[in-house]
Ligand binder design. Structure first.
Ligand code: AMP
Ligand code: ZN
Length: 493
């Protein structure tokens, strides 16, 4: 039986602002597009949180039995320093400052991104297209938008005409709820914006000035595409004019996704995306984690512990567990003590999962596995509610402990179902890996305890030389043994 046919997955759609029963355009198949990283610097943990949320969505859809085409792009051109089509291209700027080729910048940070997502156990997307690989298609889309009358050229740059689009009964603002008049009212007249008819118009093509290194020929000028265009082009190219899920961080809702809708809708006349999903922000010190403000932690620093906001190093699965303990639409505060709490929970869960293998089946079942399993699905079907799923997994931990102590029993069939369900949710859906405790102090404690045992055996055999050797060599390492009536204890200096 294919599970998805009976499944009642509901997704919160940012477009309708409600939870909707998920029904893909093509039965059994899902097309999902997620805006990928702009590769001008190392991804920070906030970026990773958003991508991890969609990795979980991807994993759950696969688990349900859907055939998923997951497209997550690499933005390697066109993303300017601010949302008002102002400033330099982020990659160009980095290349200029470091006196290297823009493609060296792109290569360096794409590699960093791939290393990071591998460390954090992400599934690779089905397609990872780049903006620079789709310049021809972007130029074609601009021509199409101009043909429809919603774009105009000024001094070699081309802008989308938001007013003209709306006057024809379309709704720029449909996703963000922003009113055009508010946009006009709220937007300062910025330098360089004078080319635009209206401040809310956005660039489809920008003429490159002399210092702009990344440039391509076009009918309008040597220049580069606007940032919003690449996602309309690559999503429609690989997923069709109308596809199922489009994701990204909350901060992309406006203007990026609003512009994507206007561009795609202009070309196809269709609603491009059926379910818009937005993941919430990771905060540090009460502020959005962001590269531009310097308020960030790098995912690699978490693994080494090399950041002053961290009390120690943490395993990637602990960070994954920490993220999954919050709903993807909730704000999450990053803090070292919060990670420490997650670490305890994660290892408790892993201990229980590992203990499952040693449990023997009984004649009867004292726990309703089927009902519990349904609760796990209900949680995930309620807009991917991972914190509730985790609460159910901790109920399972309690049951496993009772099974260990023979205070509960499960029949062979129920035990198999219980194991399979736990494994599926913990490893396949949440994407955790079964990491052994990384806390080296625990390991040292274990080794010293072992040496104390061997020393006691030596003493029992009256092998004073060996017993003294163990004591003295430990002392030279700063570990002092104290013999007392209760046995031998130790202290580490
Ligand atoms: P960028 O590389 O700037 O295009 O961002 C890549 C992704 O990370 C986008 O989906 C952003 O919405 C997301 N993002 C940026 N900052 C944060 C944050 N502090 N928390 C969660 N997601 C973020
Ligand atoms: Zn995008």
């Amino acid at each position: 039986m294919e599970l998805y046919k009976d499944n009642q997955l509901k997704i919160y759609n940012s477009l309708s602002k409600s939870k909707e029963l998920f029904k893909p355009v093509t039965e059994g198949r899902v097309g999902m597009y997620v805006c990928g990283p702009t590769v001008y610097s190392n991804v920070h943990l906030g970026n990773v949180r958003t991508f991890m949320s969609f990795d979980m969505v991807f994993r759950y859809l696969l688990h349900l039995g859907y055939k998923v085409r997951y497209v997550r792009n690499i933005t390697d051109a066109g993303h300017l320093e601010n949302d008002a089509d102002e400033g330099e291209d982020r990659i160009s700027k980095k290349a200029r400052l470091e006196e290297i080729e823009p493609m060296e910048v792109v290569q360096r940070y794409t590699v960093d991104f791939h290393e990071t997502v591998a460390q954090y156990n992400f599934l690779p997307p089905s397609i990872e297209p780049t903006a620079t690989g789709h310049i021809v298609e972007q130029i074609e889309m601009i021509k199409e938008i101009m043909k429809k009358g919603y774009a105009y050229e000024v001094n070699g740059s081309v802008y989308f005409d938001v007013m003209a689009y709306n006057e024809d009964g379309n709704n720029y603002g449909i996703l963000s709820g922003r009113k055009m008049e508010d946009a006009i009212h709220n937007t300062r007249t910025l330098d360089g914006q004078s080319d635009k008819k209206n401040p809310q118009d956005f660039a489809l093509w920008k003429k490159a000035d002399d210092r702009h290194i990344m440039r391509w020929p076009s009918p309008w000028s040597d220049g580069f595409p606007g940032w919003h265009l690449e996602c309309s082009v690559m999503s429609s190219k690989y997923l069709g004019e109308q596809f199922d899920i489009h994701g990204g961080g909350m901060d992309l809702k406006f203007p990026h996704h609003e512009c994507e809708i206007a561009q795609s809708h202009t070309c196809s006349g269709k609603t491009p995306v059926n379910y818009w999903m937005h993941a919430n922000m990771l905060l540090l010190n009460g502020q959005k984690m962001a590269k531009s403000t310097g308020n960030f932690v790098l995912p690699k620093e978490i693994i080494t512990g090399e950041n002053t906001v961290l009390s120690k190093a943490f395993a990637p699965s602990v960070v994954r567990f920490f993220n999954m303990q919050a709903h993807y639409r909730s704000i999450l505060d990053f803090a070292s003590d919060a990670l420490e709490a997650s670490e305890k929970g994660y290892y408790k869960l892993m201990e229980a999962v590992n203990a499952l293998d040693g449990i023997e089946a009984g004649k009867t079942s004292s726990f309703d596995v089927f009902h519990w399993k349904q609760q796990c699905y209900d949680a995930m079907n309620d807009d991917f509610n991972t914190p509730i799923l985790i609460a159910h997994l901790f109920e399972a931990v309690k049951v496993i402990n009772q099974l260990k102590e023979k205070k509960a029993t499960l029949t062979a069939t129920d035990l198999e179902l219980f194991k399979n369900t736990i494994h599926a949710f913990v490893f396949d859906v949440l994407g955790l890996t079964n990491e052994t405790k990384q806390d080296s102090s625990d390991k040292i404690d274990g080794v010293v305890e072992l040496l104390i045992k061997l020393r006691k055996e030596a003493r029992d055999n009256k092998d004073w030389a060996l017993s003294d050797q163990i004591r003295d060599e430990l002392l030279s390492l700063g570990i002092q043994l104290k013999d007392g009536r209760e046995g031998t204890t130790f202290s580490i200096n």
